[in-house]
Design a protein around this ligand. Structure first.
Ligand SMILES: Nc1ncnc2c1ncn2[C@@H]1O[C@H](COP(=O)(O)OP(=O)(O)OP(=O)(O)O)[C@@H](O)[C@H]1O
Ligand SMILES: [Mg+2]
Length: 335
């Protein structure tokens, strides 16, 4: 890592062998190390120690033209110490290239994820602050009542109510912070579904109209549910995009939001050609895509993941030439 250059030594007196040996509590007679690079930065090394190799008695190969030997000969070798050489270096450098790429990709993904999380918090910040207003208003009310109250028993009741609101604030803060730290990938908040419906309408209407698709959004239940609104909107827009892509000559796309017992249900329909029969079995798996030049087959896998993160379910019904309906069912409350 210091030099950023590959290193080979085949001498147990070499300081690198001595130092590594002391660290690992091993006797080291040979060592090879190549640097790992991620975006021009040396992030580590890949090293191997104590090279051994099979040594075949040369006599056994006499007259063995194909050079493969037979089974008995294969077994008849000894393992001996030897040094690392240029061909080891070549192989290890190849492996280091793969490892570097894997590490660089992971680092990049982690950074991206962090940026996404922060962006989500940014998008939700006004909502989070809005959520804080309710308990803060209640606290302020009780404190004013307490100031005018002589009866210590009643004051205690007010104090309990205030403390309950502080618990509530604490819980909300913790949820946001856990999300920021990446401990949870989902940020549940109480959201009104009529707001989701309005925003979805705004997100989709123009884009879908340009593709000749008419959008209908019907809010039979506009009340509250505890969901990650950014993720749910992403799921619904993914479904909308699929529907639009399936209906190049236009059609109808509709979302109906209703409540069923303890669940909020999104029924998402289109009047397209239906899901191709060959992928109906594994529709929600990653990289399942049919009939799209630019398709990666991740859209529905992401939708399913979002629904499952909400402890909900997703099903679909489809009829060739008639259309497709996805049903997303999410619990209104999360515990
Ligand atoms: N509403 C729909 N009507 C007809 N076929 C659909 C519909 N939704 C999805 N499909 C089919 O299911 C496949 C998988 O969809 P998915 O969204 O997972 O991937 P994709 O759209 O191909 O690629 P990506 O979403 O990653 O860009 C699509 O390729 C398409 O063939
Ligand atoms: Mg898609």
């Amino acid at each position: 890592m210091e030099t950023g250059e590959p290193h080979i030594c085949n001498d147990h007196h070499d300081p690198v062998c001595v130092q590594q040996g002391a660290t690992l509590g091993l006797e080291i007679h040979s060592i090879i190390a190549v640097p790992l690079y991620a975006q021009d930065r040396c992030i580590g090394t890949l090293g191997l120690m104590n090279r051994t190799g099979a040594v075949f008695p040369t006599a056994l190969f006499d007259g063995d033209e194909d050079g493969l030997g037979d089974e008995e000969q294969d077994l008849d070798h000894t393992i001996q110490r030897r040094g690392f050489d240029a061909s080891d270096l070549k192989l290890l450098s190849l492996m280091a290239g793969q490892v570097s790429r894997a590490v660089a990709t992971t680092l990049y993904r982690e950074r991206q994820e962090k940026a996404n999380r922060l962006a989500t918090i940014g998008q939700m910040l006004s909502g989070v602050i809005h959520d804080f207003k309710t308990p803060v208003t209640i606290i302020s009310g009780y404190v004013q009542l307490m100031a005018a109250q002589n009866d210590s028993g009643v004051r205690r009741e007010y104090a309990d109510s205030v403390l309950k609101q502080f618990d509530h604030l604490n819980k909300m803060t913790k949820e946001v912070l856990a999300f920021a730290r990446g401990e949870t990938s989902i940020l549940f908040r109480k959201v009104f579904l009529h707001k989701i419906a309005d925003e979805l309408d705004e997100l989709l209407r123009r884009d879908m109209a340009n593709r000749g698709v008419e959008v209908h959004i019907e809010t039979q239940y506009g009340g509250a549910a505890k969901i990650d609104e950014v993720k749910i909107k992403r799921a619904l827009t993914n479904l909308a995009r699929n529907a639009a892509e399936a209906m190049p000559d236009g059609g109808n796309f509709s979302v109906v939001i209703h409540k069923d017992d303890q669940d909020v249900v999104f029924t998402v329909s289109d009047t397209g050609p239906g899901i191709p029969p060959e992928i109906r079995e594994n529709l929600f798996e990653s990289f399942v895509t049919v009939g799209k030049e630019q398709g990666t087959g991740l859209g529905l896998a992401i939708v399913k993941k979002i629904v499952e993160d909400h402890h909900g379910t997703i099903d679909y019904q489809t009829q060739t030439g008639q259309g497709t309906t996805f049903t997303l069912r999410l619990p209104i409350e999360q515990d």
